[in-house]
Design a protein around this ligand. Structure first.
Ligand code: NVA
Length: 301
């Protein structure tokens, strides 16, 4: 049976923990499960970290890849998603796709006999979450008892992180304006996993309440790709949700600061926050490579 990675919840909680451990060991030693295999990278949205880290990772694992842009494929416009999927399925050994609508991934996965990996959708960014967990483990050791505070939009990054933290037993708290929470479907999964792992997932409104006593403070852009027409209203709604040294004062003294990037200084972070001594954002970016390699090892074994 082929396996896909469209959501963090496609891995059981113990598989999530295994991938995070494997990611750390792949930093030092390499395996080659993709020897002789070709993976297509199909991207409907721009990418720096995801595209480059997948291209490098696929080659490190012994495979090769090709990049297909929005213009090359025009998913669902030039031809239906299911036809694109069935054609690619005849040639490639796997697909890494960044899509506008999560549903496109679900359609692809159900029409392909090879693994489909979510390289970001409107609903989840599971590869980012695996790298985030690896980074948290790298800086904090064990997950149990850690408080991960996410400040801002309950977007794809927040959704995957919530399920990821709940899977490995870290407490997750999000502060968001009422209309910008994590979708109920994903939140429900996070709650179930938190209950099973003995951790908690909580929503609050005020950023200070989330940051209070936190081991990790995390934020992401207020305007995700595809939401550009909502920019004005979003900037207004999130005006009090900026992560700054003043907000970090509420957290533990050894708290780390995380951001998946691209980061917008003057919006979700204050000027200089990327270079704050508590910032681990470049470790996070590096870990995309190792974490995705671990995901591919799990799917292509
Ligand atoms: N939430 C952001 C993540 C970018 C990597 C977006 O979807 O644009």
């Amino acid at each position: 049976m082929k396996k896909d990675f469209l959501s963090v919840s496609d891995f059981t909680s113990s598989e999530v923990a295994d991938v995070v451990r494997q990611a750390e060991s792949l930093r030092r030693s390499m395996v080659r499960p993709l020897e002789g295999k070709i993976v297509a990278l199909l991207f409907e949205k721009p990418s720096l970290r995801t595209r480059v880290s997948f291209e490098i990772g696929i080659r490190q694992l012994g495979g090769d890849c090709m990049y297909l842009s929005k213009e090359d494929v025009n998913l669902g416009v030039r031809e239906p998603v299911e036809d694109v999927a069935r054609v690619l399925d005849r040639w490639v050994d796997g697909i890494v796709a960044r899509v506008n609508e999560h549903e496109s991934l679900v359609t692809m996965a159900s029409h392909m006999n090879v693994p489909v990996i979510n390289a970001l959708s409107d609903l989840e960014h599971p590869c980012q979450a695996m790298a985030d967990l690896q980074t948290i483990a790298q800086h904090k050791g064990a997950f149990a008892g850690l408080r991960v505070a996410y400040i801002g939009d309950g977007n794809n990054v927040a959704a995957s992180l919530a399920v990821g933290c709940a899977s490995v037993g870290a407490d997750f708290v999000i502060a968001n304006p009422p209309a910008y929470g994590i979708p109920d479907s994903v939140w429900g999964t996070a709650m179930q996993r938190a209950e099973a792992s003995g951790s908690s997932v909580t929503r609050v409104e005020m950023p200070e309440d989330a940051a209070q006593g936190a081991d990790v403070v995390y934020t992401d852009t207020w305007v995700s790709m595809g939401q550009e027409t909502e920019r004005v209203e979003r900037v207004k709604a999130f005006a009090n949700y900026q992560v700054s040294p003043a907000l970090m004062e509420y957290a533990k003294p050894d708290c780390i600061f995380m951001h998946d990037m691209p980061a917008y200084a003057g919006a979700e972070i204050s000027e200089g926050m990327i270079d704050d001594p508590r910032s681990v954002v470049f470790d996070q970016a590096e870990n995309r490579l190792h974490a995705q390699n671990a995901v591919m090892v799990a799917l292509f074994k």
